[in-house]
Write a protein that binds this ligand. Structure first.
Ligand SMILES: Cc1ncc(COP(=O)(O)O)c(C=O)c1O
Length: 398
């Protein structure tokens, strides 16, 4: 259950880049991942050999493009244990969340958590009361508070992230789903930071909805996925109206296409979806258990290293069993952006700084802005050692 990280790295041309004369160390994969050669080739192949609109023409190219697009849907459905008709292509996780918030009749409040990405907070407030579940000082979800809030309120939907993009906390989503279901609430999992990094199966999670973005899992930008149980997709009204999502249009009415197409109005990101299918095949070839094991090993090293630093505050839990490869830290009295810039300028290590699109999380913790190194399958133990030593060295001098 492992893979050869050096041979994996050969597939990522960008890893050969240098910055300021040093090899680049990319540790911002929670923002977006790098793309391997087969994914880039899939985009080129579409434009060079199969460029046509889908589901419209009877000509050969249109047939080929439609087939590649629908094959990608099949590949993605298999990857998460869903049926093809339960996979809706959208632009990204944010759009998937907005689609559900717009189209699902939710009877009651939406229960979410303090630790969510803004995209899993803001859409719900448009039509429903939003109640947030508390977290511990290390960002761990308070299950007792969840139980209390489920019991004390009429909750129509529980929507939580599987893995926090701010602190890397892995939430016990199966248990949360059981609690939601016991109270008759729908259950949505934001898989943006889990689907790229570990095995995720919608039947095991027993969720009603799962959302994720292609660009964080080796795929191109501009394509993401909404998984929804087919009965929900059947009953939900589409968010957008227009071409391709209808089977008939008359001046006095129209008939919707079947699911999932009734949610895909207009020409989609065809090459993006096809290339996302290729990204999924790439991940399947490596094996998601192996990806998780590799990242767990990297996270363990990083967590050990950061815990030994006297001038640096590590945020989030230190147990690698409940932490992804997201390592968040701050050097008190130094602005996070300034620290990240120093890491880039002096060490060519690229990390993110700020609130990581989870401002309420960091405000609740009283942490303010922080630095976040986020690891992926192409990172090495040597790179993690370089990060630890660079952060330690910098925090002595600045
Ligand atoms: C947990 C989580 N949810 C949602 C999103 C939104 O993803 P996107 O910007 O691709 O819509 C992100 C992106 O960072 C995320 O980490």
């Amino acid at each position: 259950m492992s893979f050869d990280v050096l041979s994996v790295r050969e597939d990522f041309a960008i890893l050969k880049r240098e910055i300021n004369g040093r090899p680049m160390v990319y540790m911002d994969s929670a923002a977006t991942s790098l793309k391997p050669r087969p994914v880039i080739d899939a985009v080129l192949d579409f434009y060079e050999n199969h460029c046509a609109n889908i589901h419209r023409g009877v000509h050969q190219l249109s047939q080929e493009a439609s087939e590649l697009y629908e094959d990608a849907r099949y590949t993605i459905s298999r990857f998460i244990g869903a049926m093809e008709r339960e996979i809706v292509f959208v632009r990204n996780a944010s759009e998937a969340l907005n689609l559900v918030a717009h189209s699902l009749p939710i009877d009651g409040a939406v229960l979410t958590t303090t630790a969510e990405h803004h995209s899993n907070l803001l859409p719900w407030g448009r039509r429903n009361e939003v109640i947030v579940v508390d977290i511990s000082p290390t960002g761990i979800l308070d299950l007792e508070d969840l139980a209390r809030k489920l019991k004390g309120n009429k909750v129509g939907l529980v929507s939580v992230t599987h893995v926090s993009n701010g602190l890397g906390v892995i939430n016990p989503v199966k248990q949360i789903g059981e609690m939601a279901r016991a109270h008759g609430a729908y259950f949505l999992v934001d898989g943006s930071q889990s689907v790229p990094h570990m095995p995720v199966n919608v039947h095991e999670l027993d969720c009603d909805f799962l959302v994720f973005s292609g660009h964080k899992m080796l795929g191109p930008s501009g394509v993401g996925v909404l998984y929804a149980r087919s009965e929900h997709l059947e009953s939900m009204e589409p968010f957008l109206l227009g071409s391709d999502m209808i089977s008939e249009v008359h001046l006095d009415g129209f008939k919707l296409a079947n699911i999932p197409w009734k949610f895909e109005a207009g020409t989609p990101n065809i090459e993006g979806a096809i290339a996302l299918g290729v990204a999924v095949e790439y991940l399947e070839d490596l094996g998601m258990d192996a990806v998780r094991a590799h990242e767990r090993e990297l996270a363990t090293l990083a967590l050990e290293g950061f815990q030994q630093m006297r001038n640096v505050q590590l945020l989030g839990p230190t147990d690698p069993d409940i932490r992804s490869g997201v390592i968040t830290f701050k050097r008190p009295n130094i602005e996070a952006h300034a620290f990240a810039k120093l890491l880039s300028n002096r060490y060519s290590i690229l990390i993110r700084s700020g609130f990581h699109c989870a401002q309420p999380l960091f405000e609740t913790l009283g942490a303010g802005e922080s630095c976040r190194a986020s690891l992926y399958l192409y990172n090495t133990t040597e790179e993690v050692a370089a990060l630890v030593s660079a952060v330690d060295a910098l925090s002595q001098v600045v």
